[in-house]
Design a protein around this ligand. Structure first.
Ligand SMILES: *[C@@H]1O[C@H](CO)[C@@H](O)[C@H](O)[C@H]1NC(C)=O
Ligand SMILES: *[C@@H]1O[C@H](CO)[C@@H](O)[C@H](O)[C@H]1NC(C)=O
Ligand SMILES: *[C@@H]1O[C@H](CO)[C@@H](O)[C@H](O)[C@H]1NC(C)=O
Length: 546
């Protein structure tokens, strides 16, 4: 009884505080338009405004000049959507979102803009006005698809695998009826924010450095055109914020350009915690266990050859099954991973049996080198700048991919023992840094993930990867390299006075293979032709032991 009364009381107090706390406050802002603009900086105004919940900001303009023939009014907010409209609120003259803008021809009477915050929280806005001359193209001036007809802002949407950025075509100053939209080249730009940093100030700094042409060309990289003229598909790196902007350059007049309203995406939603990448227990466990398996492979892979065989078979099985199942069926990630692990374990076991009974080192090492070749080819795809038309064709891409993979594998096969140690070191080191990469929030895991996406996600051939490479990535790369180097040296030292390959436990072949550095293939052929006597084999071991 007492406690329920206490709850009731606190509820009433809470309600009271809420009623007092909701302070709608309408703000008015007047912006002079006669600030001189330069060719690389058309920004007339830029200022932060705090807007309370359920409040409206009214923006008016004064001092129009002849130099400015139209303005783009931009509003940037972080996470929370706002509505912007001109003069009166109608469907065709309002836009809703976080990074939005409207066009206004600066003819008296000057337009008024309203920004309304219908959220339940007070928000911080960055208000920007760009003024353009009569020769500059109108960003989004030829929007045929949705209202309003002039929409100078960008649309972003994302899935787990990619981010789509879209803009409406720009209109050249001479082209009133939108008949020659190709007279304007629209170039898309991209800049990454710091990985796993969802801070509002960092976000606004990012927006500010993507507003003027000078800043854009200094800070951003170009997103090459792939399939669509006014749309770009980018590989998603959830948790790494990215600012996108487009610039419309007039093809007729080289000094005329205009900038779209920059927008952003984290490829996940930090407000409802979807930026946690491994949200199911199975994925978390598997990821953590990679650390131990990776370490083992990196430092002891060759010494415990049978375990290595099993692990290498397992990895290959998991990747192949994961891709195959995703192509065939739609499954949740835990189910998919579970199935892939099961089938991978079978694959690993088969591979182990293969070594157990046949014991051909070249074959045993082949799979390891193919795995390394896969990683190498995936790394090349990862680092490749996008926009190569030939590589967008799946057939060309996969032919090249498999070619790189096989060539790497063939080169390595010439020295079975050394290359097996090398494969163990590099693959093991990568597996070790993989969970660390998840933990730190860097993006090296996407070396593999992007290749799997390319195989599995429809239309991913049009995606531009341009992965972020920041200090965390550099640190993880350094760790990867140092693990691989120490792993290689350590294993080399560990196995220095041993035969290069352990005898297979139970060979059903007529003779044991026996290889030294760089001679695996020839020796194997020799042994097939002339089964060595035990005496001869002894002499072959002698130099290794002395
Ligand atoms: C803009 O116009 C106002 C009023 O005419 C004037 O006082 C002001 O100095 C002008 N500002 C600039 C930057 O020219
Ligand atoms: C903002 O609007 C978009 C689309 O209109 C919506 O998907 C998103 O959830 C909204 N964000 C918030 C914080 O309400
Ligand atoms: C308000 O904006 C829309 C879309 O940009 C435009 O079509 C309309 O003419 C504007 N209204 C006024 C009164 O300027």
């Amino acid at each position: 009884m007492g406690s329920s009364f206490k709850y009731y009381l606190s509820f009433v107090i809470f309600l009271f505080v809420c009623l007092l706390g909701v302070k709608t406050q309408n703000v008015t802002l007047t912006i002079p338009l006669n600030k001189t603009t330069s060719i690389s900086n058309k920004e007339v105004f830029g200022q932060f405004v705090n807007l309370n919940a359920s409040s409206t900001l009214q923006v008016g303009f004064v001092n129009g000049t002849k130099l400015i023939s139209f303005i783009i009014f931009q509003v940037h907010s972080h996470h929370y959507n706002v509505t912007v409209y001109n003069n009166t609120l109608t469907r065709s003259s309002s836009v809703y979102g976080t990074n939005i803008g409207l066009y206004s021809s600066v003819k008296p009477p000057l337009d008024k803009f309203y920004v309304s915050n219908q959220n339940t929280v007070d928000i911080k806005l960055y208000i920007v006005v760009h003024g353009y001359g009569s020769t500059d193209p109108v960003p989004g001036g030829c929007n045929m698809e949705f209202q309003p007809s002039i929409s100078p802002y960008l649309h972003t949407s994302y899935t787990n695998d990619y981010v789509l950025v879209e803009a409406a075509s720009a209109r050249d100053s001479s082209d009133i009826a939108c008949t020659s939209i190709n007279d304007v080249n629209v170039v898309f730009y991209l800049m990454y924010l710091e990985e796993r940093n969802f801070d509002t100030d960092v976000y606004f700094e990012g927006i500010k450095s993507m507003l003027t042409l000078d800043n854009i060309t200094d800070n951003a990289e170009i997103v090459p055109q792939t399939t669509w003229r006014m749309r770009r598909m980018l590989g998603a790196y959830p948790g790494t914020g990215a600012i996108y902007v487009a610039v419309a350059y007039s093809a007729v007049n080289s000094s005329a350009y205009s900038v779209y309203v920059p927008t952003y995406s984290y490829a996940c939603s930090p407000l409802d915690d979807s930026c946690e990448l491994l949200d199911d227990v199975l994925s978390q466990l598997l990821c953590a266990s990679l650390l131990f398996f990776g370490m083992f492979l990196c430092y002891f892979g060759h010494r415990f050859f049978k375990t290595e065989m099993f692990l290498i078979g397992l990895i290959s099985g998991v990747i192949i099954t994961y891709i195959l199942i995703s192509l065939i069926a739609e499954l949740e990630r835990p189910a998919l991973l579970g199935a892939a692990i099961l089938s991978g374990a079978c694959f690993g076991f088969i591979w182990l049996l293969f070594w157990w009974f046949y014991g051909i080192p070249v074959f045993a090492v082949l799979l390891s080198t193919l795995n390394l070749g896969f990683l190498f080819a995936a790394l090349m795809y990862f680092g490749l700048p996008g926009g190569f038309e030939t590589l967008q064709v799946d057939f060309n891409f996969w032919t090249l991919f498999i070619l790189i993979m096989s060539i790497t594998s063939l080169i390595l096969l010439s020295t079975t023992f050394l290359s097996n140690i090398l494969c163990c070191a590099i693959l093991g080191a990568y597996a070790t840094v993989y969970p660390i990469d998840y933990y730190v929030g860097s993006n090296l895991k996407y070396i593999i993930i992007n290749t799997v996406r390319r195989a599995v996600v429809p239309k991913f051939n049009s995606a531009v990867l341009s992965p972020p490479f920041q200090w965390a990535d550099a640190l993880i790369t350094l760790l990867w390299l140092s693990l691989a180097t120490t792993g290689f040296l350590f294993q080399h030292y560990q196995n220095r006075r041993k035969p290069p390959f352990p005898p297979p436990p139970r060979s059903i072949r007529p003779s044991l293979p026996d290889t030294t550095y760089g001679t695996a293939g020839r020796r194997y052929r020799d042994t097939l032709q002339r089964p060595p006597t035990s005496a001869r084999r002894q002499t072959e071991y002698t130099p290794l032991l002395s």
